[in-house]
Ligand binder design. Structure first.
Ligand code: GAL
Length: 372
């Protein structure tokens, strides 16, 4: 082979490798800058100064409880990820901190508050040794995007407040969950619809498990969370510093059993993609839209298309973010959980496509940002 031919073959190979290196390959191992699979599960994304910052649960090889904390990775291109370390460390055992090692700390999301200049991390928190009973939300802050974040508090949101869309007649009902021997009967479902669990939890605060945070164009931020025993989603407004709730909130789809909320806004419409409640097992995604964060919210058919659509391509959503510098390009981030080997859970990221004016998700073996 001539020198010229060898040279052109090498150039060709280099070109193929560099194109390949820009590909996002859902479900595969995603090595970080040290060659280790990214460990940022149930995560969220924040774009700051030319880089994407991906925050997620650091999972160990054997358990899903938090032994380390929340990890942060950075990338200029969503393909090459630098491990920035633990941004919110859990506290030592027996420290009596809410975020003591061994607690359950899931679905962290970080937002930037322009007024205070602080990065604010929100997450689902379950106190150590109490299973999923605490159902709290936690807050931590940092002056630097990568952290370290300082734990501020954890609590159940909106204590003492009624949801704005809960009519007076339902606020005054006297039924309690103990009045129902069985769940899922028509009477029980009607009672859930009428705020059975909202009333039970009004004074102590509403339950808050799977969650996301959304900052709107006017800088107001919202907490969207699975509440009322995971039966009903609630959307609550955050305070101006994004570190607590104002007490203004609504319930959506009472008894709908939605979790894993992920939201984005396009052309003034809010789109919410959720999952059903089957733990680590995948199920079919659900799609909702609304002209305002406060509703009215409308349900649409499953946004997933093709093989695997009934199980969200064997994954569960966690976040949706806009790609910087591209108009109307949004990426749906999901986790393919591996509860027996949590650190080996995989990432299913798919670009959101639109069909008949509604978001759809289609499986792609691999894809390249430049093609969007
Ligand atoms: C899922 C939830 C996860 C985790 C898991 C525990 O439904 O989305 O974040 O809480 O249940 O079983």
């Amino acid at each position: 082979m001539s020198v010229k031919k060898v040279f052109s073959c090498c150039a060709c190979l280099l070109f193929i490798l560099s194109v390949k290196a820009q590909e996002i390959v859902p479900g595969e191992v995603w090595p970080d800058d040290k060659g280790i699979h990214v460990n940022a599960h149930g995560g969220g994304m924040l774009y700051v100064g030319g880089k994407y910052y991906w925050f997620g649960e650091y999972k160990s090889d054997t358990t899903s409880v938090a032994l380390d904390g929340v990890t942060c990775y950075s990338s200029p291109d969503l393909v090459h990820w630098k491990n920035e370390g633990i941004s919110l460390p859990v506290m030592p055992e027996n420290s009596y901190s809410d975020i003591e090692r061994g607690c359950i700390l899931e679905r962290p999301k970080v937002v930037f508050n322009k007024k205070t200049g602080k990065y604010v991390m929100w997450f689902h928190l379950e106190l150590k040794g109490k299973g999923y009973a605490a159902a709290r939300v936690g807050v931590a802050v940092s002056d630097k995007v990568t952290g370290p974040y300082r734990f501020v508090h954890s609590y159940r949101p909106c204590a003492g407040f009624w949801p704005e869309n809960m009519p007076d007649k339902h606020r005054n009902l006297s039924e309690t969950p103990d009045d129902f021997k069985e769940w899922w009967t028509p009477e029980w479902l009607a009672a859930v619809d009428n705020g059975l669990f909202v009333r039970r939890d009004r004074l102590g605060g509403q339950m808050s498990r799977d969650m996301t945070i959304f900052v709107d164009d006017d800088e107001r931020a919202y907490h969207i969370y699975a509440s009322e025993e995971n039966l009903t989603l609630q959307i609550a407004e955050l305070s101006a510093d994004y570190q607590s709730h104002t007490g203004r909130y609504i319930r959506i789809f009472p008894g709908g059993h939605n979790e894993a909320p992920a939201i984005f806004k396009k052309d003034g419409t809010y789109y919410l993609i959720t999952s059903g409640c089957t733990g680590w097992e995948p199920n079919a995604a659900r799609l909702f839209s609304a002209p305002s964060i406060w509703g009215p919210w409308k349900q649409h058919p499953n946004p997933c298309r093709g093989t695997g659509a009934e199980k969200t391509f064997h994954s569960q959503g966690t976040f949706i973010f806009p790609v910087e510098g591209k108009k109307d390009v949004f990426i749906f981030m999901a986790d393919r959980w591996r509860p027996k080997h949590p650190s080996d859970a995989r990432y299913i990221w798919l670009p959101i496509q639109f069909e008949n004016g509604l978001p759809v998700l289609k499986w792609m073996d691999k894809w390249n940002l430049k093609d969007l």
